[in-house]
Design a binder for this molecule. Structure first.
Ligand SMILES: Nc1ncnc2c1ncn2[C@@H]1O[C@H](COP(=O)(O)OP(=O)(O)OP(=O)(O)O)[C@@H](O)[C@H]1O
Length: 344
């Protein structure tokens, strides 16, 4: 069942088309991530869904009800949508308990009991209920912000880069905890992030955004393994893109003859491989010949640039395990596993 439907949404700020025709279906109970570079329109989209701003054109339907269609608009507080922003936006002068209970229409004792229950849900010690936000770590503040949003029992939760202010380890742990809480509560979630890894790890549907449009919408595996174009491919991770001639399910490429994922296509095209498909060994192994043009030791892995067939035009960069001692000028063999993706 579709909980949220966006049709041809457009929003301009003066000359800037912040949203330029957005279509999206969000299934009830699912997790969708919207990922894209800074300024592509992610926050604008969340603001429109939350009801903080109005689309110029297009339609937002939530739970079968029209929320906005360019002229009419259901106000934010009547939508039943929760939001957690980048910095949590907790009220600094209120305690954790007061923050969580804020805006709840209930007696004090009921609010306090609710706050205590939600602290358990988001994995925080109830002893923190009497603290103020500045007495909590960044990760703890984000969990309180989530508890506050959960208190209103939203049907849809919007997360606007809620982990970006946290350092790497805490970020992954907080993301996992938040995902578990939302899944257990069965709350449909829309996450906005500029972090590809976060989007792929979090969501069952990923929408890749570029200049106010969705370049691609699909499962994490689809968008990662079958990106629509080289720009989308590079945005979602390291991509090795090479020219090729395709025919009968195979590509003639600078890396030799490779099986491709598009068996119908014939002719010239670019192909893409992900680095985990590539192995590099000393010249005695099997594969296509190449030369190490550059190598930078980074500990467990080394960043190498490899040229194929002596042509700079066919060079690519790759992180490889550092266990093999390789040096500039070394001849290597490059093995490929799996299929190459064809950009038609
Ligand atoms: N209130 C506004 N007035 C004018 N321009 C705006 C306004 N809000 C957003 N924009 C512009 O609209 C575009 C999209 O902005 P938005 O904040 O949605 O991007 P974003 O993808 O969320 O970026 P970031 O990842 O940096 O937060 C940008 O070019 C931005 O400068």
């Amino acid at each position: 069942m579709t909980l949220l439907q966006l049709n041809s949404l457009r929003k301009r700020y003066g000359m800037v088309a912040a949203l330029d025709g957005i279509d999206l279906s969000v299934a009830a109970g699912s997790r969708t991530a919207i990922v894209g570079p800074s300024g592509c329109g992610k926050t604008t989209l969340l603001r429109l869904v939350a009801g903080f701003d109005q689309p110029d054109e297009g339609m937002i339907v939530f739970g079968g009800q029209l929320m906005a269609d360019g002229s009419a608009q259901v106000p934010a507080h009547k939508r039943g949508i929760g939001i957690v922003a980048q910095d949590g936006c907790l009220f600094p002068h209120l305690t954790v308990a007061q923050n969580i209970g804020f805006g709840l229409n209930a007696e004090r004792a009921v609010k306090e009991a609710k706050a205590a229950e939600l602290m358990g849900m988001v994995g925080l010690d109830r002893a923190m209920l009497s603290r103020r936000p500045d007495q909590l770590s960044g990760g703890q503040q984000q969990r309180v912000a989530l508890a506050r949003a959960l208190a209103r029992k939203p049907r849809l939760m919007l997360l606007d880069e809620p982990f970006s202010a946290l350092d790497t380890g805490l970020r992954a742990a907080t993301r996992k905890a938040v995902t578990e809480v939302l899944t257990a509560a069965g709350i449909t979630t829309l996450l906005v992030t500029h972090d590809q890894g976060e989007a792929l790890a979090f969501a069952d549907q990923v929408a890749v955004m570029r200049a106010g449009k969705f370049a691609q919408v699909g499962t994490p595996r689809e968008v990662y393994s079958k990106p629509v174009d080289p720009v989308t491919a590079a945005f979602l991770g390291e991509a090795i893109v090479l020219p090729a001639v395709i025919g009968e399910g195979r590509a003639e490429s600078p890396l030799g003859l490779l099986p491709v994922d598009d068996t119908a296509y014939r002719g010239k095209a670019e192909i893409m491989l992900r680095p985990e498909q590539i192995s590099v060994t000393h010249a005695s192994g099997e594969g296509a010949p190449g030369t190490i043009a550059e190598i930078n030791f980074c500990g467990a892995t080394s960043d190498v640039r490899i040229t194929l067939g002596g042509a700079e035009a066919f060079s690519f960069r790759l992180d490889i395990p550092s266990r093999e001692a390789l040096f500039p000028g070394d001849r290597v063999m490059i093995g490929v596993s799996g299929t190459a993706h064809v950009f038609r």
